[in-house]
Design a protein. Structure first.
Length: 278
């Protein structure tokens, strides 16, 4: 829904988008482009959280001489920026393939293989591997990283608005005297952080989605600035809020589960390490 609302035409509001996708593509339309992100999400998330936490520990070691010292706001901000930059290297090709597959408005079948791929509505890619291979053959490595600057401008402030609110809200709702936040506090803080983060980065997410969807059937934009100007001229300022509700509603449960899983996994590994240490 997010990609269709941001980069598609004629979907209107969220409800209309849901009905249109279901009417034209049935339930399978809601799962287009899912396989590639599903396979890579574990690696992507572990790298982002690992880079953030290790950068934070390194900064604490350099500033305070103790890696376990409570990080300052500046430390969390810098660690978030580093995590955002690293995430682009992994996430851009995955996002590109997902969006290219989602912007195909009809499923691929052997019966329609010979359709002209330049006609909107006809299939261009048979699946994620074929999509990535086609992009690499036609556009090279640079093509696989189409929209990377827009994604960088989305993820750097997005992760700052992700990790910092999480730490602040988690600290706020944790009772005084508690050694660590309880699972509910982690879940709630993670959900709030996800919603806040998507609210902050949705405008640039619109630009990124349009740049990456561009090229499935035709090339419309010359770059980020051209995409921003064309979008604004054609649809006004409201275009940069497209998909905001979907992003924030999705962001709460997904981020809540992400942070909860991360924190509980860390606790379990630390406990296991303590028990096995002589």
């Amino acid at each position: 829904l997010q990609t269709r609302l941001q980069a598609g035409q004629g979907y209107g509001n969220t409800l209309n988008c849901v009905l249109t996708v279901y009417r034209n593509e049935s339930l399978t339309g809601f799962f287009k482009g899912m396989s590639f992100p599903l396979v890579s999400i574990g690696i992507y998330s572990s790298v982002v959280f690992g880079v953030f936490s290790n950068t934070q520990r390194l900064l604490s070691q350099l500033r305070h001489g103790d890696a376990a010292a409570a990080p300052s706001l500046a430390d969390m901000t810098l660690a978030s920026v580093v995590a955002g930059v690293i995430s682009v290297g992994i996430g851009t090709p995955v996002e590109l393939v997902k969006i290219r597959l989602q912007m195909q408005t009809q499923p691929y079948t052997k019966a329609n293989v010979k359709l002209n791929p330049t006609v909107p509505g006809s299939p261009v890619y048979r699946g994620p591997i074929h999509c990535l291979r086609t992009i690499l053959q036609k556009e090279g490595i640079a093509g696989a990283y189409r929209g990377n600057v827009a994604m960088l401008l989305r993820d750097v402030p997005g992760y700052c608005a992700y990790f910092i609110p999480y730490a602040m809200f988690c600290d706020w709702i944790t009772p005084d005297g508690s050694i660590a936040p309880n699972p509910f506090a982690i879940w709630m803080a993670g959900g709030v952080a996800g919603a806040v983060s998507w609210a902050v980065c949705t405008p640039m997410d619109v630009v990124k989605s349009r740049l990456q969807a561009d090229g499935v059937y035709l090339n419309q934009y010359k770059g980020i600035l051209d995409c921003v100007l064309q979008s604004y001229q054609n649809e006004g300022l409201k275009v940069f809020g497209r998909g905001l509700m979907v992003n924030t509603v999705r962001g709460f449960p997904s981020s809540a589960a992400m942070f909860l899983g991360y924190e509980l996994s860390l606790k379990a590994m630390k406990r296991c390490q303590t028990e096995t240490s002589p």
